[in-house]
Design a protein around this ligand. Structure first.
Ligand SMILES: [Mn+2]
Length: 352
């Protein structure tokens, strides 16, 4: 049996996309999804404190885009700072939505907060192990060609370590996304599996929003798991059927003293149902209220509703979906997403 003193426990989350659907001065008053995103972010940090894990890793896309309103940045950093004050190290990989760098803030000077702002290796003594986390900020061009060089530039091999983790915000060959399970294979932004160095115990990656574990078998039979915790909330309807959450990893030493990944579990987080409703082609403007009343009756009260088929209904009918009409006919606990293509009939509606 492994005692608490000789195990290394890590919580791994990614793609929190804070600031999503959270306008500072909304033009239309309706329920926003922004608070859901913050709530799940808080749930992970609360779990880390409750379980007294040794380290928390955020795999990137802390924020939903590179230019985030100051109030959102402040709110996020306040939460991170309050967490870091408890003494648990927090490591962040800047993601592509941050344009590979996080908004500058004094908060990030906290001694327990570490950001991979350049290729580097962070070393910790935690849980009785020498832990080395190597990583670099999200690379948006030609990561496939430059990957080996980027890993070398982290300096991971400069010092001995019991546990080596490679921390990325990238697409790795074999990762799958979307309702049809599209699998990434080739492309200048896809890292080849055979380029992943077997000297690491695990690759911990953000960027792919579906939770998945890729088991990579090297020629010699070595297994190097790649873990994507996935996003902590659904950022688009392509993720409608995905369970969201984060990962908890426990590393432990063998009798011989070699450390390995002992357990890894996916911990689900709550997320509201996403419902797609197709507009009947013959829907008349006068029928929109009854149609919406039907949606209000049949969809879960807290659903995020998307209407498809807007291209086939008349412009008059589309215009009958004004925000006042939606607010009148649907419970305020629901969200409705009308993409930019809705009113001009370009459809299909996009969520992000
Ligand atoms: Mn993302």
């Amino acid at each position: 049996m492994t005692s608490r003193s000789s195990s290394f426990q890590l919580l791994f989350l990614a793609d929190t996309h804070l600031g999503f659907d959270q306008p500072v001065r909304p033009r239309v008053k309706r329920r926003r999804r922004g608070p859901d995103f913050f709530a799940n972010f808080r749930r992970v940090l609360a779990a880390a404190l409750e379980q007294q894990v040794d380290l928390v890793l955020h795999g990137g896309d802390l924020f939903f885009r590179s230019r985030v309103p100051e109030t959102i940045v402040d709110q996020a950093y306040r939460e991170l700072l309050a967490f870091a004050d408890h003494g648990i190290p927090l490591v962040i990989v800047p993601g592509n939505h941050e344009r590979s760098r996080l908004p500058t803030s004094l908060f990030l000077q906290h001694p327990k907060i570490h950001v991979f702002d350049a290729p580097r290796t962070l070393r910790f003594g935690l849980g009785g192990a020498r832990v080395a986390l190597a990583g670099f900020p999200s690379v948006r061009r030609n990561v496939r060609a430059d990957f080996r060089q980027l890993v070398a530039a982290t300096g991971w091999s400069d010092a001995p370590a019991d546990i080596r983790l490679l921390c990325l915000h990238q697409t790795i060959e074999g990762a799958t996304v979307g309702p049809t399970g599209y699998t990434f294979r080739t492309g200048h932004d896809v890292i080849r599996q055979r380029d992943l160095p077997a000297s690491f115990h695990t690759v911990l990656a953000g960027h792919i929003h579906r939770h998945q574990v890729l088991s990579l078998e090297e020629d010699g039979g070595c297994l190097l798991p790649v873990i994507y915790p996935g996003s902590t909330e659904r950022t688009s309807f392509a993720e409608a059927d995905e369970t969201k959450g984060y990962c908890r990893l426990v590393f432990a030493p063998s009798r011989g003293g070699d450390w390995s990944l002992d357990r890894s579990e996916f911990v689900p987080l709550p997320s509201r149902p996403m419902v797609t409703v197709e507009l009947p082609a013959r829907l008349a403007p006068s029928g929109v209220e009854a149609f919406l009343a039907d949606v209000a009756r049949n969809a879960p009260a807290d659903a995020i509703v998307r209407f498809t088929g807007s291209q086939t209904v008349s412009p008059e009918t589309r215009r009958a979906f004004g925000s006042a009409r939606l607010a009148d006919c649907l419970p305020s606990s629901m969200n409705v997403q009308l993409g930019s293509g809705f009113f001009d009939g370009r459809g299909p509606e996009r969520a992000t």
